[in-house]
Structures are given as structure tokens and as C-alpha cells.
Design a protein around this ligand. Structure first.
Ligand code: SF4
Length: 306
């Protein structure tokens, strides 16, 4: 049985688990290629106009491989952390895809509650039954996939740069190099190091989150807010860049909350959609890096007393 895995959305975080699990239960995996112009165009063609770019790109990945596979995984991710939720677009993703893309193959769309292993195992049984009836094989494959996933470290922490920034945003914006136009490489070439939220513990992220008048129930919002405000207020970095998806409600809220908390700390929001041009993005990054350099020079010019 050939199972298609679209390389979009949370694939970047959980591909080790998904690929290991399906391979171990005996499926042949077909992963869509890295995002490219053809995939973007397919996404724009099939997906509703109002959707954010990551959702459009996911549609493109589905359209690219749907005819090569017997069954396709459309992950209906409901929860990643206890008492938190993720964007509603994830919950309705299978319906969006089936309403937009014609001639779809059979799909695995069972809800994924990844906030604890018992619930995730239930998903593994439901999804695994499309491939095998062997419950022992499902159990052992699930455990091997969990072990491999926990040994897999995601995140970026560059070292030995004079200027460093916290790069924040949803994982699919940070790790999707086609849409972010290789932002990490661009920053590194300009002499700027990058750190991402995976390198900050949940306890430290939660310091500023706990000060909010209401606990955020969106996982991405809590993580991005906690990470950026901690890095800024503790002066761990020289600036913050937030990669935001045009038309993302969560991003519009979190960027306002961050601004309120960090005051005049250098903060650049880069909104990305299918119209974003590379020249415009480069100009904004260059201007931001120039500003960070000037700030650093000015700070080193201030005479020290005592
Ligand atoms: S969180 Fe924002 S960027 Fe992500 S799928 Fe939802 S609307 Fe799109």
C-alpha cells in the first residue's frame, strides 16, 4: 500500500514520527517534494483564496502526489499540548482539501490528539488499520516511532555571530525555505545569527505568558509570545524577526501582544503570502540588520562610568 505524506504544515516538526510509523507497519511512503513554484501554483489554484499561505501550500502538496498513492494522510491535528488547542484550520483541513481538490484518493483523516501518548496511540491504531490488522505490529511500530521522534532535535541555534536575532513564527514558516526565501541563510550571510523557540524551555517561555491577564489557549501563540518576550526582555538577542502568514488570525494577535510587552526593542514583522517578492523581503531584512548594527555601534560608543 502506497501512502502519501504531504510535506506541509506540521510535517516539519513530526515527519520522523509519521514516516517511521507508516514504514514500520509495512506501508510504502511517498513524500511530496520540497515546496517549489509548481506546488505553490497548485495550492493557489485549488485552495480557497482567503486561506493563509501554509494552507494553500499544503493543498499544493496534496495535489502533487494524490494520483501516485493508494491513500493519503491529511492530518487532522486537534491538540499538541494539554489544555491548549491549535488553529481551527488544522481541525477542518480534510474537509477543506476534499472540497477543493477533485478526484482525491482515500485519506487518513482521523483526529490527532498528540497531547499524550495514550491518545496518540489511539490515533495510531485507527490510522494503522488502513494498512494492517496486526495490533502487535502497530504497537511496536508506534513505540519505535515515538523513540525516533524524541531523539530528533528540531530548531536553530547559530553560534559565534556578533549580532543575534530570535526568529519566531509557525514552524512551517520557519522551516519552509521556499516561502521564507531562505531567510536563515540570508541573515547568516549578513553576519546575523539566529535562534528559534525550540532552544528555550517551556518553563522560561511561560514566565511572561503567566503575566498575561488570560492564559492563551493556542499553543503557537503561547510558544511564540513566551519565546520572543523572554529573549527581548532578558536581552538574550539584539532583535526579533517574526515570520507571519498573511491572513493568520493567531499571528495578528500574537504580534500585537509582543509589541505591547517589549516596547521599543527592535522587532520586525515579515508578512508572507504568495505575492511576496524576494527583493522586497531582502530590502526589509537589510534595513533591519543595518539598524541593529548601528544600535550596537552606538552602545559601544557610550562611555562607561566608574
Ligand atoms: S495558525 Fe495561522 S498560518 Fe497556521 S494554519 Fe492557522 S491561519 Fe494558517
Amino acid at each position: 500500500m502506497k501512502i502519501g505524506i504531504p510535506k506541509g504544515l506540521l510535517y516539519y516538526k513530526y515527519h520522523v514520527f509519521l514516516e517511521t510509523y507508516f514504514k514500520e507497519i509495512g506501508a510504502e511512503i511517498v513524500v511530496s517534494p520540497d515546496t517549489n513554484k509548481e506546488i505553490l501554483d497548485l495550492g493557489v489554484k485549488y485552495c480557497v483564496d482567503e486561506a493563509c499561505l501554509p494552507i494553500k501550500i499544503f493543498h499544493g502538496h496534496v495535489a502533487k502526489i494524490k494520483d501516485e498513492v493508494d491513500i493519503i494522510l491529511i492530518p487532522r491535528v486537534m491538540q499538541l499540548k494539554e489544555k491548549e488547542y491549535i488553529c481551527p484550520k488544522f481541525c477542518g483541513l480534510p474537509e477543506m482539501v476534499f472540497n477543493s481538490i477533485p478526484n482525491m484518493p482515500k485519506a487518513i483523516t482521523n483526529p490527532i490528539y498528540a497531547n499524550n501518548n495514550t491518545k496518540l496511540y489511539k490515533w495510531a491504531i485507527d490510522a494503522g488499520k488502513y494498512i494492517t490488522d496486526d495490533i502487535n505490529l502497530i504497537f511496536n511500530s508506534f513505540n519505535r516511532a515515538l523513540i525516533k521522534q524524541s531523539a530528533h532535535k528540531t530548531g536553530i541555534r547559530n553560534e559565534n555571530f556578533e549580532i543575534n536575532i530570535a526568529l519566531s513564527g509557525h514552524p512551517y514558516n520557519i522551516y519552509e525555505n521556499f516561502t521564507n526565501m531562505n531567510i536563515v541563510e540570508k541573515l547568516n550571510k549578513s553576519g546575523v545569527g539566529v535562534i528559534t523557540e525550540e532552544y528555550l524551555s517551556d518553563d522560561l517561555k511561560n514566565i511572561n505568558v503567566k503575566k498575561l491577564y488570560k492564559k492563551p489557549f493556542w499553543t503557537f501563540l503561547r510558544e511564540n509570545y513566551g519565546f520572543t518576550t523572554y529573549e527581548a526582555l532578558e536581552k538574550k538577542v539584539d532583535g526579533i524577526i517574526y515570520l507571519s502568514s498573511f491572513a493568520c488570525g493567531i499571528d495578528s494577535v500574537v504580534t500585537e501582544l509582543i509589541k505591547d510587552e517589549i516596547g521599543d526593542f527592535p522587532f520586525l514583522i515579515l508578512k508572507i503570502d504568495e505575492q511576496t517578492g524576494e527583493a522586497g523581503l531582502d530590502t526589509r531584512i537589510e534595513a533591519f540588520v543595518d539598524m541593529l548594527e548601528r544600535r550596537q555601534e552606538n552602545e559601544s560608543d557610550i562611555p562607561s562610568h566608574g
